[in-house]
Design a binder for this molecule. Structure first.
Ligand code: 9WN
Length: 426
């Protein structure tokens, strides 16, 4: 066996071990210490890797999330494991989802995460169409996904068709500079100490600050006590390019799913609307998409990897401009380790603070897929190989320093393993 195939085998084996260790019988936790429950967009990314190991388990991963869907169609960002109540804050008692008539019979959070689920569902189906057909996977998933997208389209999009987030956690890129000014304008109404079990498992200097946590919690209280109503009075409402790009991509995929199971489809039109709406977030000077604050009215003019995410849309007209930004000094494709989460040249860049600079494997995966589908095969392969190397060298870190590849955050992180596995399995 050559050295190259030996290391490929090692990588595959190590990825599978992480996924095995974090499997909880129906779903996979992102990390056994820091994140002991099921997370929404994590599960979709994890299923994309799991399909190479067990298509059936990948289906269960998504189905267990779907079983936590609220009556209004939202997929909650966390589904709690009651046995780990004190190990993550805010826990189930804080969200009090059982007080809402709209919720499933077990505890969840009440906010959402970016909609990558339909895309994951389709990829899982394609991994083993026979097993999928035998279990009626698509037939059962489609109504869930339809209700989820219905919720997003009717309750969570601005008139132009962009997804509106009501909490930084909804972005999945929690302390990105996009949210700095809008979050600072939110009143911190929390009193007393805020429990931070997360700081046992990750370096406090890398995680969001207590001041940010105070505002995170006060937003949850406000949304919760208002009955989870998506009104326009809410103090944090932002249009986000990453969630909107994933919605558009997922609508394209829902069209495929609908066709496969013989249903009519409103999805192409919705994909088109969301893609067209992204143009209102284009920043010519920065060469990428940005976020817009609907409360304070300001454009959040930062280069972040979220602003490159529309590359995943096949019909995007800005592809060449976005690729120039990706290859330039801000993101240094091919020179940085994977893709930094924030502009390497910005004053706000930090190499180890969570979503303010470090490279994350899920974002690298999105960019690698976009490069591959657009025909930039050498760059796609190189980025995929870099993901594998960085995953193994960092013990499957949550995020890595884009200059050195040094590990940060928690280790043995599930989507790091799943997405490195997906790239190596092709
Ligand atoms: C809050 C689980 C989640 C990811 C997010 C990531 C981080 C949670 C936290 O971990 O967020 O949802 O406690 O920081 O930012 O993208 O889904 O892995």
């Amino acid at each position: 066996m050559s050295a190259a195939s030996g290391s490929r085998t090692d990588l595959i084996g190590a990825c599978i071990t992480v996924l095995e260790q974090n499997w909880r019988g129906r779903y996979t936790v992102p990390a056994s210490g820091l994140y002991p429950h099921q997370w929404s967009w994590d599960s979709a990314f994890i299923a994309i890797g799991l399909r190479h190991v067990s298509p059936r388990r990948a289906q269960q991963e998504l189905e267990s999330l779907f079983s936590a869907q609220w009556a209004d169609g939202r997929l909650p960002h966390i589904v709690f494991d009651a046995g780990r109540n004190d190990d993550y804050s805010p826990g189930a008692d804080f969200w009090r989802s059982a007080d809402s008539a709209s919720t499933p019979p077990f505890p969840t959070s009440g906010i959402i995460q970016p909609p990558n689920h339909a895309w994951a569902t389709w990829l899982v189906h394609l991994a083993d169409p026979d097993e999928s057909a035998r279990r009626g996977f698509l037939e059962r998933a489609y109504p869930r996904l339809l209700a989820w997208h219905e919720y997003l389209s009717t309750r969570r999009t601005s008139p132009s068709g962009l997804i509106v987030l009501r909490h930084p956690w909804e972005s999945g890129t929690d302390n990105s500079p996009f949210w700095d000014a809008p979050l600072a304008a939110v009143d911190d109404t929390t009193d007393g100490d805020i429990p931070r079990p997360d700081l046992i498992h990750a370096d406090p200097s890398e995680r969001p600050s207590n001041a940010e946590y105070g505002r995170y919690l006060s937003l949850v209280v406000r949304y919760r006590d208002g009955g989870w109503i998506d009104d326009d009075e809410f103090p944090f409402r932002l249009e986000d390019p990453l969630a909107t790009a994933l919605l558009a991509r997922s609508e394209l995929v829902l069209h495929e799913i609908a066709r496969e199971i013989g249903q009519g489809s409103p999805h192409l039109e919705r994909a088109h609307t969301a893609t067209a709406a992204l143009e209102t977030l284009w920043d010519e000077d920065l060469g990428c998409y940005i976020a817009r604050d609907l409360v304070g009215g300001g454009l959040q003019r930062y280069r972040t990897v979220a602003g490159l995410a529309p590359l995943i849309l096949p019909s995007l007209t800005r592809r060449a401009e976005l690729l120039a930004t990706l290859r330039g000094d801000a993101f240094a494709l091919g020179r940085a380790v994977m893709v930094p989460s924030h502009d390497l040249t910005a004053a706000t860049f930090h190499p180890s603070r969570y979503w303010r600079g470090p490279s994350w494997f899920n974002m690298a995966w999105l960019i690698a897929v976009a490069l591959e589908e657009g025909g930039d095969l050498d760059e796609a392969r190189a980025l995929g190989a870099e993901m594998g190397r960085a995953a193994l060298a960092s013990d499957f870190a949550e995020y890595v320093d884009p200059h050195t590849g040094a590990a940060h955050g928690t280790r043995r992180f599930s989507w790091t393993a799943a997405l490195a596995l997906d790239r190596v399995c092709g």
